[in-house]
Design a protein around this ligand. Structure first.
Ligand SMILES: Nc1ncnc2c1ncn2[C@@H]1O[C@H](COP(=O)(O)OP(=O)(O)OP(=O)(O)O)[C@@H](O)[C@H]1O
Ligand SMILES: [Mg+2]
Length: 425
């Protein structure tokens, strides 16, 4: 569809892009009048308020009582509130993926021609209003703007209250699909570039008080210019004091990437949980397959014990105080198996891996420290992103997606409990 066909961009045509649900045939309801999205009306600004206004108190004649406190700035000083645009501003191209919490589509902005990704939140079964997870996702994406975080453009709405979409920049690949399709693993120089970008995004989120809580390769997008973008902030939350009533939920982080303190029931945790996931991703980039492919939590704990050696008082002093520690019988002491698992990694690389996959969250390396790690300054140096090869994009329909078997993000059952926490928004 050419852009010139759109004479009235603010009342977009619905003839060619059907967003109501996944069924392309459902034209009947599309023909119904749209009660929510008539014409987009810009808030009117009177000439005297749009020019630099006089101080609030001076705007009212002394004889007339103002309608609000004279100490409060006039309404026009607040950022203008603009209604969300309609999803019909976009032409739907293809469905990219149906995840646990949303369906992601590729679409074209009818006004600019830009190719974007639209994530439709699954709200159909919501009985308690607009879910906090969706608000968190939008809020976290907006407060973590960074070159290596997927860019969010706007939120658009469909015909009914269950149709809310977040519009993001379209990114050609996710690392999970890419690793499955690539015949060979990434080179060391490429792994370094990807890790530096990931660490830089994580450092940025943490310094903005946001925990991602679901870092994994399927949530890392990569464009054809070798740039990584962290996506899927559906489990993100604000951290810091005060932690809400009842502590923090343990239902976070997809199993294979979940830190041992969460597995063992810690009620408070922090940025270190994301750093454990970064360690699992580092290993996956090197091995071309996930590090801990466990079927359940117990199997995962035993796989971790095997790679790191079981925890001791000196490696994790807080271990015995964790709620689930008493329910676990520790195996006899064994040395760590890192060297055996990563045979081709340099000593510096191995040191970074062990610093990320460290039991004690207090001693686990931070994103800021990891960025300075000698692994990144030794040969081979990180490859310039422009020199990365490009791949056919499965998301753009250039290549069939390979179905991979990996656990999904945890159910967000604790959403409503989390409302009591000091939290986003
Ligand atoms: N901006 C984007 N550009 C291109 N593809 C994207 C974009 N955002 C998401 N995707 C694709 O859609 C998939 C699912 O997106 P996302 O992780 O945000 O949804 P989800 O429902 O939370 O998924 P899951 O529960 O499986 O993690 C991603 O793995 C990626 O393949
Ligand atoms: Mg995801």
């Amino acid at each position: 569809m050419s852009l010139s066909e759109h004479a009235e961009p603010l009342t977009p045509s619905r003839k060619r892009s059907k967003w109501r649900d996944h069924d392309e045939e459902d034209t009947q309801s599309l023909a119904q009048p749209n009660v929510q999205h008539k014409r987009r009306v810009r808030p009117k600004r009177s000439p005297e308020t749009s020019a630099s206004p006089a101080p609030a108190a001076a705007q009212f004649p002394t004889s007339t009582k103002p309608s609000h406190s004279t100490y409060v700035p006039p309404r026009t000083h607040h950022p203008p509130i603009i209604p969300s645009r309609s999803v019909y501003s976009y032409e739907r191209l293809n469905q990219i993926e149906e995840g646990s919490y949303g369906v992601v589509f590729r679409a074209r902005d009818k006004q600019t021609g830009d190719i974007v990704a639209l994530k439709k939140f699954k709200l159909d079964e919501e009985k308690n209003g607009f879910p906090i997870t969706a608000l968190r996702e939008i809020n976290a994406l907006m407060s973590c703007r960074h070159e290596n975080v997927v860019g969010v453009r706007e939120v658009v709405v469909g015909d009914t209250l269950t149709q809310v979409f977040v519009v993001m920049d379209f990114i050609e690949h996710d690392l999970k699909s890419l690793l499955t399709l690539m015949p060979l693993p990434f080179l060391q120089s490429e792994v370094k570039t990807l890790m530096l970008q990931l660490l830089s995004a994580v450092k940025h989120c943490h310094s903005n008080w946001i925990l991602h809580r679901d870092l994994k390769t399927s949530n890392l997008l990569m464009n054809n210019r070798g740039i990584i973008k962290v996506a899927d902030f559906g489990l993100a939350r604000r951290y810091g004091d005060p932690v809400g009533v009842g502590g923090m939920t343990q239902l976070v982080v997809t199993l294979w990437y979940r830190a041992p303190e969460i597995l063992l029931g810690a009620e408070t945790y922090s940025t270190a949980v994301d750093m454990w996931s970064v360690g699992c991703i580092f290993a996956e980039l090197l091995l071309k397959e996930p590090l801990f492919q466990a079927k359940g939590e117990l199997e995962l704990i035993s796989m971790i014990f095997k790679l790191l050696g079981p925890p001791t008082n000196s490696s994790w002093s807080g271990y015995s105080t964790l709620p689930l520690a008493k329910t676990i019988t520790l195996p006899s002491p064994q040395p760590p198996q890192f060297r055996h698992k990563f045979q081709y990694l340099t000593t510096a690389g191995l040191d970074l891996m062990m610093s990320l996959l460290t039991y004690d969250p207090e001693r686990r390396i931070s994103a800021e420290e990891a960025l300075q790690h000698p692994y990144f300054s030794e040969s081979p140096l990180p490859k310039h992103p422009d020199l990365f090869g490009s791949f056919p994009s499965a998301a753009a329909g250039e290549k069939k997606r390979k179905i991979f078997d990996s656990p999904s993000a945890p159910v967000r059952a604790a959403d409503y409990k989390l409302l009591t926490e000091f939290d986003i928004p």
